[in-house]
Design a protein around this ligand. Structure first.
Ligand code: SF4
Length: 357
């Protein structure tokens, strides 16, 4: 049972000794064969600390400039997430009401039928989504009927003209190969936090398990979706560590979901206060500077964010939102509210044919 309230892994809450001037940091490497600048995978901790210590407006200016070099200014990708198998998960992730370890666990439900997933995908597409993600509360993929059905779901979502993404826990090379053959676009597996803070989040699998899963996905030629959760009681040094790990992978994740903790009652993190929206914006801006080409996704935690907070996060470098009334088990602004906000901001959904991640 993982029931202890998380504590900061570092004594400091800020990084006041960062001395680098961020205006001197190289943003990108030399030009690649396609004439576009190469992204950097050689970030140092001192550089990332300097980005976190920078005045927020200066950091956002820099992130915005990089964003405009790599992405269209007027597009946001809408991604819809379907919970294809809810609850009863043997992992003990401290934030998750789907874990069987917590008092506040949600009721376990049977796996969705392929036809129901196809219907949900059609609805998502009609509402403007170009990516359809499917999550199962599994520790790892097991060969058999349940996985066969997921493979069929991937092919079905692909046939609907959407980018299929799945998050199924750990998996073996032959399993990711089957998903790739079925048309899988991306595999999601979040790092959650820094290596140092990780044991405060989950103890039933290791940080290296997570990194190994990402390597298995990458080796199969499937795009990687990996991000984390902010507001779990981590120190700023842990936010540095999370982004440093992601941005120094041999290839950056094409997709980086950044979640703001939704403190679920009955979980070990159920009493944590909400993350300051500006702290979330700072993480997004630093992530944009470090991973210029990635699609940065505003994931859980938007339901308690003002329109202004969401707008600033999009200006600071985010270019995707999860779209729909619910994100797995947590509330999300409804599609009507999100479409109204995008209209106010003059943003439009990214069509699937232009999708890069
Ligand atoms: S986050 Fe995923 S792996 Fe962790 S308990 Fe929840 S469903 Fe299971």
């Amino acid at each position: 049972m993982h029931a202890e309230r998380p504590a900061a892994a570092h004594d400091e809450t800020t990084l006041s000794d960062a001395t680098l001037d961020i205006s001197t940091l190289p943003e990108v490497g030399p030009l690649g064969p396609d004439g576009r600048p190469l992204v950097r995978s050689d970030w140092s901790r001192a550089e990332v600390e300097a980005l976190f210590a920078a005045p927020l407006f200066g950091l956002i200016d820099r992130a915005r400039a990089i964003h405009l070099r790599f992405h269209r200014a007027d597009e946001v990708q809408l991604a819809t997430l379907a919970n294809i198998k809810s609850g009863g998960c043997p992992e003990n992730c401290g934030y998750c009401p789907q874990s069987a370890h917590h008092e506040g666990s949600v009721t376990s439900t049977p796996q969705m039928e392929v036809g129901a997933v196809a219907e949900a995908a059609r609805r998502a597409k009609a509402a403007g989504a170009s990516r359809f993600c499917m999550g199962a509360a599994w520790r790892k993929v097991r060969d058999g009927k349940a996985f066969d059905a997921v493979v069929e779901m991937v092919a079905t979502v692909k046939a609907e003209g959407l980018e299929p993404c799945v998050t199924l826990g750990m998996l073996e090379p032959h399993q990711i190969s089957r998903l790739a053959e079925a048309g899988l676009h991306s595999y999601n597996h979040n790092l959650d936090s820094s290596r140092e803070f990780y044991e405060n989040v989950v103890t039933t699998r290791t940080y290296d398990d997570r990194l190994n899963t990402l390597a298995t996905v990458r080796a199969a030629g499937v795009k990687v979706c990996a991000g984390g959760i902010l507001g779990m009681g981590e120190a700023e040094a842990d936010r540095v560590g999370l982004l440093l790990t992601l941005a120094t992978l041999p290839t950056h994740p094409e997709s980086v979901p950044l979640n703001r903790l939704v403190a679920a009652p009955g979980t070990p993190m159920g009493d944590l206060p909400p993350l300051d929206p500006l702290d979330w914006v700072r993480v997004i801006a630093v992530a944009r500077v470090m991973m210029p080409a990635a699609t940065l996704r505003l994931a859980a935690g938007r339901a308690t964010l003002s329109e202004e907070g969401c707008a600033l996060a999009l200006y600071a470098g985010a270019n995707s939102i999860f779209y729909g009334d619910k994100l797995l088990t947590t509330p999300n602004p409804g599609p009507d509210a999100d479409r109204a906000l995008l209209d106010k901001l003059g943003l439009k959904p990214r069509p699937v044919s232009c999708a890069t991640a």
